[in-house]
Design a protein around this ligand. Structure first.
Ligand SMILES: Cc1cc2nc3c(=O)[nH]c(=O)nc-3n(C[C@H](O)[C@H](O)[C@H](O)COP(=O)(O)OP(=O)(O)OC[C@H]3O[C@@H](n4cnc5c(N)ncnc54)[C@H](O)[C@@H]3O)c2cc1C
Length: 458
């Protein structure tokens, strides 16, 4: 189903919800399913409003992003995209167009606020809270390191850098400082962002003063970029930082993204921080050893500081993995290889990234990942992707899509490899249309069994 051309957008300073006075709100945006971040930012900024988009302007915000979570630089301030939702127009699998909100089909509305795309209904319009424009202060610091030993676990300077970053993270996130970091054996890049009112730049400088002083005075750190900036609005931030954002956005390559949401408990004591930093360095070392110099660039380590810790969702109005409410770091190990790379190369890179994550996730008490940016082959997906809401989501899925019209791998209601659509990944592929084509009928019962009408096949 192609939703890309559903590009309608409207601004409602006074929004009246469908049969639901409780959902009447001020400053609501309405976007069609095909609107991307750049289009929404451009449109709503003309009304003095900002939008809870992700990092990349080209990513759509109503589909997989807006139904599965949707984190970005405004997440520590206003929460995830799903937190902004007030009403959806959807088409359910019984072919009925419905307007759903907290009063009308509240179970479906709840499920679509975090339970993922392609699972419950087709979203047509996303109606969500906008926020008045503020100024965006940024600080980018980049540095090269010259470690004595190639063993990353012995890289004392990198350990020294990651320790204050971890120490300060809770305070930064509480103060709505967000950002995107890249860490390697010989290079680090920290990009801190504060969208706020008042003297935003002074606030960011104050919040980052200790770490700035550490980075710029340490004899083992060779700072190559140290730049504070301030932008007057969200579009100016994205335009001004376009180059840096593009550098971190991989387009056209094959990628795999083993990842973990790293929750606040891992930052509580010096001992826990030490464990976390050791695990991070240990994971990097595993990848380095397996890949060697030649393939080292195939695996990169990103820390996204876009958790929603300041919006606890105490009413449980959304179905997104509750770990998001305690997330300080969304760690993504990006494994990438160019189109046409030999299988042994892509295999080596994916194995290294997965093995690295195994080391990083080992000390974590909460095992959670953002399914929009995770490894589809990771274990325990129901718990890791969805957490506690999984069972309720599954019940709602069965109610609204009893025949599994909507499906995707490891989404709510995924039937597993016995689903002909995905059985080609299994040892026992079941053709959706048995050969010779057009002569058999195949059906899947609600408990997941595949029925092939052999009479017709023969
Ligand atoms: C370069 C890049 C940067 C990213 N940055 C971020 C980021 O900063 N923050 C973040 O949260 N995520 C980010 N993501 C991940 C992003 O959230 C996911 O890729 C998400 O799935 C994108 O949704 P989509 O609808 O554009 O993609 P699609 O692949 O089209 O859809 C994803 C799933 O949702 C379903 N779906 C799509 N539209 C609808 C609809 N209208 N109704 C029902 N189901 C639908 C699809 O069937 C599919 O199962 C990034 C991804 C990329 C490629």
């Amino acid at each position: 189903m192609r939703t890309n051309s559903i590009k309608n957008m409207a601004f409602k300073p006074e929004f009246t919800a469908h049969n639901c006075p409780a959902a009447n709100k001020k400053n609501i945006g309405i976007i069609g399913a095909g609107v991307n971040a750049a289009q929404a930012i451009g449109f709503f900024s003309k009304h003095g409003m900002s939008v809870t988009t992700g990092a990349c302007p080209s990513v759509g915000i109503a589909g997989g992003f807006g139904l599965g979570g949707g984190h970005g630089p405004l997440a520590p301030t206003h929460g995830l995209m799903v937190d902004q939702a007030v009403e959806f127009d959807v088409v359910t699998t019984d072919s009925v167009f419905r307007t759903i909100n907290e009063c009308n089909e509240p179970d479906l509305f709840w499920a679509m606020r975090g339970g993922g795309g392609s699972s419950f209904a087709v979203l047509v319009n996303y109606k969500f809270q906008l926020h008045p424009q503020v100024r965006w202060a940024t600080w980018r610091i980049e540095a090269t390191l010259s470690p004595d030993s190639p063993d990353i676990t012995e890289n004392a300077v990198l350990r020294e850098i990651l320790t204050p970053v971890s120490n300060e993270q809770h305070t930064w996130s509480k103060n709505r400082v967000t950002g995107y970091d890249t860490v390697s054996h010989t290079f680090v890049s920290f990009f801190q962002i504060l969208p706020d009112s008042g003297d935003t730049l002074a606030k960011l400088k104050k919040a980052t003063a200790n770490f700035h002083s550490f980075m710029t005075t340490h004899p083992g750190i060779n700072v190559t970029t140290d730049l504070y900036q301030v932008f007057d609005s969200q579009p100016e931030f994205y335009a001004g930082e376009a180059e840096g954002i593009a550098a971190a956005s991989i387009v056209g390559a094959s990628i795999l993204t083993p990842s973990r949401l790293i929750t606040t408990d891992n930052f509580e004591t010096p001992k826990k921080i030490d464990n976390l930093v050791s695990a991070f360095l240990g994971g990097m070392e595993v990848a380095r050893k397996q890949l060697g110099e030649e393939l080292a660039a195939g695996v990169a380590f990103f820390i996204l500081k876009t958790g929603a810790i300041n919006t606890p969702d105490t009413e449980k109005a959304t179905s997104v993995n509750p770990a998001w409410r305690k997330t300080l770091w969304h760690v993504i190990i990006i494994a990438s290889w160019p189109p046409g790379a030999p299988k042994e190369v892509s295999g080596k890179i994916t194995t290294a990234a997965r093995d690295a994550l195994d080391v990083i996730k080992a000390p974590l008490s909460v095992q959670a990942a953002y399914f929009n940016e995770a490894d589809v082959a990771g274990p325990d997906w129901k718990n890791v992707y969805f957490g506690e809401p999984y069972e309720k989501l599954l019940t709602i899925k069965k109610k609204w899509d009893p025949d599994t019209v909507l499906n995707c791998v490891k989404c709510i209601g995924y039937l597993g490899e016995q689903d002909p659509m995905y059985s080609c990944d299994s040892k026992n592929p079941i053709p959706s249309v048995p050969y010779p084509f057009g002569q058999a009928e195949i059906d899947i019962t609600s408990d997941g069994n595949v029925l092939v009408d052999m009479q017709k096949e023969l």
